[in-house]
Design a protein around this ligand. Structure first.
Ligand code: GP9
Length: 413
């Protein structure tokens, strides 16, 4: 991996005068809450529908100086939502051929929970579905979580087929995290939301937005309503953290797991027309949000391209943890200290597909007969020959990632 990093020209890492990466340790010692938002596409962030903000809570976080990365792309494989959990906790590429929970749930996987355990953090994860769904009963011990909270821990207010609402998940989570806080116990907590899961139907009592007629009864309309509820519930978590005196001691990491809108029900031209924003069924569909709120730090908007594989290194840098010193191997980059990035995608696209700062590339039989889309204009790029190096790099990086994960030891505890 080091050989590959050295030979690849994309590694410019700005450092401060003190010789450390930018923002290194800006969140040192803080609690960490990571929220994975179900089916959440970045196109929803900042969107207005007939003058109503779809994501007022996320908008406020961004206005308030969170680090916001608007050009981040999903990288999940067969394990879908659970692969996103795997990625965000490890910085390793899912192999694509099997859900990581199923294929590697018997391993001891280097992860954020394990890394932070070295600093005396405990780690909890919260999800309202049954823990056996996606073999999370194997995934969570493999990732080294101290404790998980699943279905029986929540009052089922029957938000959708998966069970309780995000609001209920946060209510229970806040209770548990407040106890830890009162004991002076630093924590890492993950919340895996479900209220914006397909088919996105929201019962009347949970609806907080009025849809214009052009969206009523359409998947896009249901989606906007569910996303708006997801955002509102997130606001309840933030309010609870503030009320319980934990907001200033906690960083909040938020990202989307994968796309929500199905192309067959959402013709891209129609989406553009009804929402009044550009939309491409690959670039915009795979584009997920990534935000980090660090109390007292002005983050700002970082336009560089990245993927879910970059979450661990970015958060580790903010926490002042040097992955190198910890002997921790990661296949992503710290987005706050990377000016040029290439992230791979497979399963939903052919292996060798990638995003860099300029394009989304999808191979054909190989590089030459591939296609490329300009990330800014969403128009096809005819001459993409200068990106050959990125293609070779990403194929090799993902190959090394696969070899690495296959060598991980079996769990003994
Ligand atoms: C189920 C939830 C959804 O527990 O995480 O998974 P998905 O169907 O989106 O992969």
């Amino acid at each position: 991996l080091e050989h590959l990093e050295d030979s690849y020209s994309g590694n410019e890492e700005p450092v401060t005068e003190a010789g450390t990466p930018k923002y290194y340790g800006a969140a040192k010692g803080k609690n960490v809450i990571v929220v994975q938002l179900e089916s959440f596409q970045d196109i929803m962030v900042g969107l207005e529908v007939d003058g109503q903000e779809v994501t007022p809570v996320l908008n406020d976080l961004i206005q308030d100086g969170s680090f916001y990365f608007p050009n981040i792309f999903q990288q999940i494989g067969q394990g879908n939502t659970s692969d996103a959990e795997f990625l965000a906790n490890t910085g390793i590429y899912p192999t694509g051929t099997v859900a990581m929970s199923k294929g590697f749930g018997d391993r001891e996987i280097p992860s954020m929970p394990r890394l932070l355990a070295r600093q005396n953090y405990v780690s909890n994860t919260f999800h309202v579905n049954d823990v056996t769904f996606w073999d999370r009963n194997k995934l969570y011990p493999a990732l080294g979580f101290t404790k998980y909270y699943d279905k029986p821990n929540f009052v089922n207010d029957e938000f959708n087929a998966l069970g309780a609402s995000d609001g209920e998940m946060y209510r229970v989570g806040l209770e548990k995290l407040t106890e830890l806080h009162q004991q002076g116990q630093p924590f890492y907590a993950q919340f895996v939301t479900t209220s914006s899961h397909h088919p996105f139907w929201v019962k009347k009592e949970f609806v907080n937005i009025t849809l214009p007629q052009r969206l009523v009864g359409k998947q896009l309309g249901h989606y906007i309503t569910a996303i708006n509820y997801t955002d509102k519930a997130l606001g309840e978590l933030i309010d609870g953290l503030k009320a319980n005196g934990m907001w200033e001691d906690t960083i909040l990491v938020i990202y989307g797991d994968h796309f929500g809108l199905q192309t067959k029900e959402n013709d891209p031209e129609w989406v553009e027309e009804v929402l009044g924003v550009p939309y491409d069924d690959r670039v915009s569909r795979f584009n997920i949000p990534f935000l980090v709120h660090v109390p007292g730090v002005q983050g700002g908007i970082h336009e560089g391209t990245g993927g879910q594989v970059d979450i661990v290194p970015t958060v580790a840098n903010l926490l002042g943890i040097s992955l190198k010193d910890e002997g921790y191997t990661v296949f992503g980059k710290d987005l706050l200290n990377t000016t040029k990035n290439v992230v791979g995608m497979r399963y939903y696209m052919p292996t060798g597909s990638f995003f860099n700062n300029d394009i989304m590339f999808v191979p054909g039989k190989g590089f030459e007969d591939g296609t490329a889309i300009d990330l800014k204009t969403l128009e096809p790029v005819e001459d993409f020959s200068r990106y050959r190096e990125d293609y070779d790099y990403i194929l090799e990086l993902m190959k090394i990632s696969d070899e690495y994960v296959k060598l991980l030891p079996k769990r003994t505890e």
